[in-house]
Design a protein around this ligand. Structure first.
Ligand code: C2E
Ligand code: MG
Ligand code: MG
Ligand code: MG
Length: 286
């Protein structure tokens, strides 16, 4: 308790830290065998065209079904996998699984690529080889990266992005608007897609400036020829506002939860689809 003075608080804090470190150490050891045991699953979440309300693809989201601890979210194990370097193998598995799942769904699949994986010297070569081996169509694959990939070694990042685009893949900038995202990124890097972070979407009904920010991101990205996707759409009002504002794609629990391939939605709830299709569009600013 902090009340008991600095020394106790410090001890409690240290104990908490040790527990955290211990938990991470166990997770890290388990990660090693989890891949061999097939404990991972790539869930899919629908990405929906805002105008037609049809599902045009899916985002792959990793889940770990731990034999003792049940389902673990990527937020809990991705940082561990990154810190231990295991993200390289895990990321390769994710890409291979996405290629396999492309045979079971229509449309495209996007996958998240961590910055360590992206910068790994064999990333582009391995990916090219995977595509060749599986015969997957690169135009049906999109890679989602965050700005953390871009912060240093700008030239190398541009080189990798260009190589990937030359192979036919699309690149999305994920979680746009969080962190340090600079507007200059949008002209400096060849993104096809911008994903508006869900924090902006969930603020739409609460703060009026969130509406201004979201519309500005849409106009900016669309004006630069990019596809704009909104993440974390949970309420019909959010979906309607985004559609009306010219956002191209919607993703979120309202339209479909992340689920395994045989359970994931193949179409949007008709009541929601009808409301989306009937929504008048605002004239674009550009
Ligand atoms: P992300 O790529 O931004 O993915 C979106 C996250 O929002 C996912 O969390 C998704 O389940 C969640 N989400 C989707 N719709 C809604 C909604 O309507 N409301 C709310 N509250 N949340 C929603 P998830 O699956 O826990 O993944 C978290 C993050 O972990 C991802 O954020 C991504 O950065 C990372 N991640 C997931 N899978 C992978 C992977 O295969 N490789 C790497 N490197 N990272 C991954
Ligand atoms: Mg993502
Ligand atoms: Mg995302
Ligand atoms: Mg995101």
């Amino acid at each position: 308790h902090a009340k008991n003075g600095g020394r106790n608080a410090c001890r409690v804090f240290k104990c908490g830290m040790n527990e955290l470190i211990e938990k991470r150490r166990i997770l890290e050891a388990d990660l090693e065998i989890a891949l061999q045991r097939g404990e991972f699953e790539l869930y899919l979440q629908p990405r929906v065209d805002a105008a037609s309300a049809s599902i045009i693809g899916y985002e792959g989201l990793l889940r770990w079904f731990h034999p003792k601890r049940g389902m673990i979210s990527p937020g809990d194990f991705i940082p561990v996998a990154e810190a231990s370097g295991k993200i390289i193998k895990l990321g390769e598995w994710v890409l291979a699984e996405a290629c396999r799942l492309l045979q079971q769904v229509d449309g495209r699949i996007s996958v998240n690529v961590s910055s360590l994986q992206f910068r790994h010297s064999d990333f582009v070569t391995n990916l090219a080889e995977l595509l060749q081996r599986t015969g997957a169509d690169p135009r049906r694959l999109e890679l989602e990266i965050t700005e953390s990939v871009l912060i240093d070694d700008d030239k190398r990042a541009v080189q990798i992005l260009n190589d990937l685009k030359e192979m036919g893949l699309d690149i999305a900038l994920d979680d746009f608007g969080t962190g340090y995202s600079s507007l200059s990124y949008l002209s400096r890097y060849p993104f096809d897609t911008i994903k508006i972070d869900r924090s902006f979407v969930s603020n739409l009904g609460l703060a009026e400036n969130a509406q201004v920010i979201v519309r500005t991101i849409i106009d900016l990205g669309a004006g630069l020829g990019m596809k704009i996707v909104a993440e974390g759409v949970e309420h019909i009002e959010e979906a309607l506002f985004l559609a009306q504002s010219g956002c191209h794609e919607l993703q979120g629990y309202l339209l479909g939860k992340p689920l395994k391939v045989d359970e994931v939605a193949r179409e949007v709830d008709p009541a929601i689809a009808t409301r989306l299709r009937n929504m008048p569009r605002r004239l674009p600013e550009f």
